[in-house]
Write a protein that binds this ligand. Structure first.
Ligand SMILES: [Zn+2]
Length: 402
């Protein structure tokens, strides 16, 4: 055996060892997905709508153990998102999608790209010159990654899962939101659509595209529930069973807008809100989708959940309580003083969380406050006895107090 052959053999040996080692460590860091004993039964897809306040960040854990990250919240959310991914055992993000260059979507993306091994990066083609966006592009460049243009018709090559961008469909828009890369993900019989901040104009374009059917089980509601998105026509085409709204508590934009919540309610779509419920996790086994919590109850299901707990006729204080296990939207519900036939319309956006109470006060001492709504500074309740009734926004009697 010549020295040359020996050298070749030892190199081969080293390579073989390396290959085996890599394979073994690959196995140990990726626990086998089979849990039910039968192959294929327990392969799940998880979608984590991470609570980043007023912003978006969605982690998708694919059945083959790869992952997708769509947006990463604001600059201030970098650490939160990185820690969330680490907690979920993410070491490599196979597909990173920045929907559009607004700070509440791509703010944390530079730090995420620096912190993990990254596969492919998808961004819409848009010129935008903020420090935040430049930071993202720099992080991409520093890792020697290339940007793949996200636009209608582009697919992600993922085994078992169909992932296709259905927007943007034009090359130029006035409003940056309309550049939003919108991804539709289908896993067997279940599907999700992630809309970024796409507005009605882009929605109308999506209605005209022919890459794929828009009909989807779970809709990530566009633009944090703004009324400028989620048009009636788009909602009808998507016809989701569930909707998820990602937004911050008491945000300055008034999101979610009443019009959007009203549409979801009218279409009997069960919805979730990160501002009220924190992280929302949907799990699909390919046939059905389950969530880590109860949706915010739509009006039709609320009978017997919300009650008039008490009416203090002298102090002019009515207390409503939510005895159910999910938050109830009291928008346009009516509290009626039956003797005087006076009606109080509960204001838009009033949410009663499970186990919580809300006061409706009247009379000269009545004052608005936390969990306290002011009806009027006139006296409403007749001290000699005055029953009250509560109606939902469909006019159904929900509760009576005598
Ligand atoms: Zn946004």
């Amino acid at each position: 055996m010549s020295n040359n052959t020996l050298a070749k053999k030892s190199i081969l040996f080293i390579f073989t060892c390396f290959f085996i080692l890599a394979f073994i460590s690959g196995c140990s860091s990726n626990p086998a997905p089979i849990e039910n004993g039968e192959e294929g039964l327990s392969r799940e897809l998880e979608v984590h709508f991470i609570d980043v306040g007023q912003g978006d960040s969605t982690l998708i854990k694919l059945p083959n153990k790869e992952s997708i990250l769509i947006d990463a919240g604001k600059n201030a959310d970098s650490e939160l998102v990185v820690n969330y991914l680490k907690k979920e055992g993410i070491k490599k993000i196979d597909y990173v999608i920045g929907t559009h260059p607004h700070e509440d979507h791509i703010g944390g993306l530079d730090v995420v790209i620096e912190s993990f091994e990254i596969g492919r990066v998808y961004l819409p083609r848009v010129v935008h010159t903020t420090k935040t966006y430049e930071d993202v592009l720099l992080a991409i460049k520093n890792k020697n990654l290339k940007v793949i243009e996200a636009k209608g018709g582009v697919t992600l090559d993922i085994p078992e899962v169909n992932a296709i961008f259905v927007a943007p469909n034009s090359s130029e828009y006035k409003d940056i939101n309309n550049y939003s890369a919108v991804l539709k993900l289908t896993y067997q019989d279940t599907s999700f659509i992630f809309t970024g901040d796409a507005e009605e104009l882009s929605e109308n374009e999506m209605l005209l595209q022919s890459y794929t059917n828009l009909d989807t089980d779970v809709l990530k509601v566009a633009h944090h529930g703004s009324s400028t998105s989620t048009s009636e026509a788009f909602l009808e085409a998507v016809s989701p069973k569930y909707a998820v709204i990602s937004l911050g508590e008491n945000n300055t934009y008034g999101h979610p807008h009443f019009e959007t919540i009203d549409k979801l309610n009218r279409h009997q779509i069960k919805y979730f809100r990160t501002d009220l419920q924190g992280d929302i996790i949907a799990t699909s086994d390919g046939t059905k989708i389950s969530f880590n919590q109860q949706p915010i109850t739509i009006q039709n299901d609320t009978n017997n959940l919300v009650e008039i707990q008490s009416i203090d006729l002298k102090a002019e204080v009515v207390i409503l309580v939510n005895k159910g296990s999910s938050s109830v939207d009291l928008t346009d519900w009516k509290l009626v003083s039956l003797n005087g036939d006076q009606v109080f319309n509960i204001p838009v956006g009033t949410i009663l969380k499970p186990g919580k109470t809300i006061k409706i006060v009247s009379g000269s001492k009545g004052q608005e406050g936390p969990d306290t709504l002011l009806w009027t500074n006139n006296n409403i309740w007749n001290n000699d006895g005055d029953p009250g009734a509560l109606y939902d926004n469909q006019g159904n009697l929900v509760s009576e107090f005598k």
